[in-house]
Design a protein around this ligand. Sequence first.
Ligand SMILES: Cc1cc2nc3c(=O)[nH]c(=O)nc-3n(C[C@H](O)[C@H](O)[C@H](O)COP(=O)(O)OP(=O)(O)OC[C@H]3O[C@@H](n4cnc5c(N)ncnc54)[C@H](O)[C@@H]3O)c2cc1C
Length: 356
Amino acid sequence: MTTGTGTGSGAGTGWGTGPDTDVLVVGGGPVGLAAAIEARLAGLDVVLVEPRPGPVDKACGEGLMPGSVRALDRLGVHPEGHPLLGVRYLDPTRRVTHLFRGTAGRGVRRTALHGALAARAAELGVHRHEARVTDLEQTDGAVTAAGVRARWLLGCDGLHSTVRRLAGLEAPARGPRRYGIRRHFRLAPWADVVEVHWGPRAEAYVTPVGDGLVGVALLGPPRTDFATTLAGFPDLAARLAGAEPDGPVRGAGPLLQRTWARTRGRVRLVGDASGYVDALTGEGMRVGFAQAAAAVATLDDPPERYERAWAASTRDYRYLTSGLVTAATSPARRGIVPLATRAPAVFGAVVERLAR
Ligand SMILES: Cc1cc2nc3c(=O)[nH]c(=O)nc-3n(C[C@H](O)[C@H](O)[C@H](O)COP(=O)(O)OP(=O)(O)OC[C@H]3O[C@@H](n4cnc5c(N)ncnc54)[C@H](O)[C@@H]3O)c2cc1C
C-alpha cells in the first residue's frame, strides 16, 4: 500500500468506531482517478483501491472528445497527446468529416492519461491501496470493502464491475454482443481527426495519439480477430503495412452492460461500472468524468439526485449510441456512411451532441 499526504485516514486501519475515510473509490482507471480528484477538491478524505500498479493500460480508442479535455482541464490534469480536430466516417468509396465547432479533442495514450491523473491524485493527497475488492458490507453509517470503512463507496471498477454485482445492481444486457480490440503502430499520423472506417461487419477506429504513434481499435461481433479484421479494410491495411506494431493487442467486451440502478445505500456506480453501451461513438470517458463530478456533488443528497444527474449526463450517449449500434448491427449498416455523406449537417449535429 502506498499513501498520499491527505488528512489522516489509512486503508484497513480500523481506527476507533468511525469510518476510516470519507470516500472509498474502487478502481483506479480514468474515471476512478477523476472521481478521487473531484472528492479531494471537495475537501473529502479519499482512499482509492486498485489492484494493478500503474500506469494502467486498457483496450481503448484513446480519443478524448472536447468535453473530456475540458473536464480534465477543470481537474488540473493536462496529458500530452495529439490534437483531434473532428471525426471522419469512411467506407471504400465515400468520406465525410465534421470538424468540432469549439475546442479540439485530444488523442492520448492510456498510459499517459493514467500517469497524468495519478500524479494529480497523488498531489492532492489521495491515499492509494493496492488491493482487489471481492466483498462489500454496508451498515447504516458505513460501507466496507478491501478492509477500508468509508462513509461512501464509488464503484469505478469498469465494464465487468465487481461492486455492481456485489451491490445487486447488475441487470441482464439484451442486445448485440460486440467486442473491441486495439493495437498501436509506429508511424506519423496522417490526419488530425478520429477516422471511423466502416467495413461489412466491423469498424476500424483510428486515433492519432502522438507524433509517431497511431492507435487502431476494431469494434465488431464475437471472435473479431485483429489481423483478419484489419485485412478487411484494404486502404487502412495498406497505410499500416510496414509500420512497426507498438505493444500488444488488447481486447475488451462484451461492451453492452446494464444496471437496474446506480445507487444502493452508500454505494454509487460511476463510469463503465454504471452501465455501458458501445465504444462506437468514443464517449466513455467524457460521460464517466461527468458522472464522477455528479456523484461527488450529490453524496450527501438523497440517492435520486445522483440517479437524475446520471440519467442527464448519459442521455445523449445512451440514445444516440444505442441507435447507431442498432443500425450498425442490422441491414441498415451499409447505409450509414452514404447517409452521413448525403446529410453532413445531420452527421455534424450528432457528433457535436456527443462530443461536447
Ligand atoms: C475498444 C474500445 C475503444 C474505446 N474508445 C474510446 C475513446 O476513444 N474515447 C473514450 O472516451 N472512451 C473510449 N472507450 C471507453 C473507455 O475506454 C471507457 O469508458 C473508460 O476506460 C472507462 O473508465 P473506467 O475508469 O470507468 O473503467 P476502466 O478504465 O475499465 O478502469 C477500471 C479500473 O478498475 C480496476 N478494477 C477492476 N476490478 C476491480 C476490483 N474488483 N477491485 C478494485 N479495482 C478493480 C481495474 O484494474 C481498472 O483499473 C473505448 C472502449 C473500448 C473497449
